[in-house]
Design a protein around this ligand. Sequence first.
Ligand code: PHE
Ligand code: NA
Length: 435
Amino acid sequence: MSERETWATRAGFILAAVGSAVGLGNIWQFPFKTAQFGGASFLLVYLIAALGIGIPAMLAEFVIGRKTNLNTIDAFEKLGYRNWRIVGAIGLATGFWILSYYSVVGGWVLRYIGGSITGAYFSDPAAYFGQVSAGPEALALHAVFMALVVGIVALGIEDGIEKATKLMVPSVVVMLVGLAAFAFTLPGASEGYAYFLSPDFGALAANFTEIVPFAVGQAFFSLSLGMGAMITYASYIDGDESLFADSVTIVVLNSFVGILAGLVVLPLLFAQGIDPNTSGAGAVFVSVATAFAELPAGQVLGFVFFVVVLIAALSSAISLLEVVVSWAVDNTSYSRPVIATGLGGVIFALGIPSAWDTAWLTWFDNLAYQLLLPLSVLGILVFAGWVFGRPALGELLKGSDFGDGVGLTWLWTARTVVIVAVVGTLLLGLQTLFV
Ligand code: PHE
Ligand code: NA
């Protein structure tokens, strides 16, 4: 086996991890869910979940990855716990599963970039979504999106993922800031801000038992936890650096992009009098497209917006493909490009039902969200906190200025509060899935 690849720089690792985290979850789901669940009061719950539960869980993945420099399955064996490879396997399967439909939505985004240029969705945004979201056209664009992902992953860690995300992450932020500045100038923008950011504690209290698990689940999905992505990316770290500092940077940037997206999307909708209280990936595409159709320079704005979404989706999708590719590179003698192409093909095939009918896509998404993700995160936490335990602390504190106190705080937070929160999320998720 040839020498394992590494990131060229620490910033390269952080940007790649931010690229994985920042995705459709931030730009589509986050602004709408915030608005729907009580604005600033939901934002508060989400931030507490991301910091209090997301950071400990992310650190657990980082420790496993950096300690072993191995893919998400073999890492557990190297630590001396062969049977716990099942946890890595669940994470790998979750990533595989999610990428199959994430890529279909990536294909929609490609279609909307084209639609902005030609103005194809301007006359009837709702009918347009119906035409392009399912069937042969969606399938073809699912293939194109997957091919882009395969192309980047085939180039490897430093030349592919690191170079690509170094460019992608800053450009997403810059373009979103530009769009937010434009949205600020629209009449009605202030209503959008009020809807997004004014706290509605009544709505929060009324839906608390629904909101908390949602906020936790959203934090996992949004931070790319529970699918092996952060274990895999941390396995390419060469040397010691403060994993605490890195995880805080990643969580803060991810939340920042979500808020920024809200500052773009909600003023746009309010300026056109569109009801933001719609749910589902499709409704979001339709409502945003409707706003662009009505706005002056909507073609240009729509183009820039959907390019931002595409870049964010691509940098997330490459982290998912890398999870399985990493495993195959560590375990077979095939070349990285052959592996990336082969596995990309299998994932494409798994996504065919979702591309054919959005009902399948919703089903795939629900299963991931409510079962696979929390289950996988739970396994990782129990392993890192209770099984691997104390030795994890040494790895965590390596390269940081923090003392044992911080390490122990992490260990006991992960062992108790975080595990309880994840179990609660899992139970509530199962209830909605099967009851
Ligand atoms: N974190 C991504 C988002 O917010 C989604 C994602 C999930 C990315 C799983 C990679 C892995 O959209
Ligand atoms: Na995210």
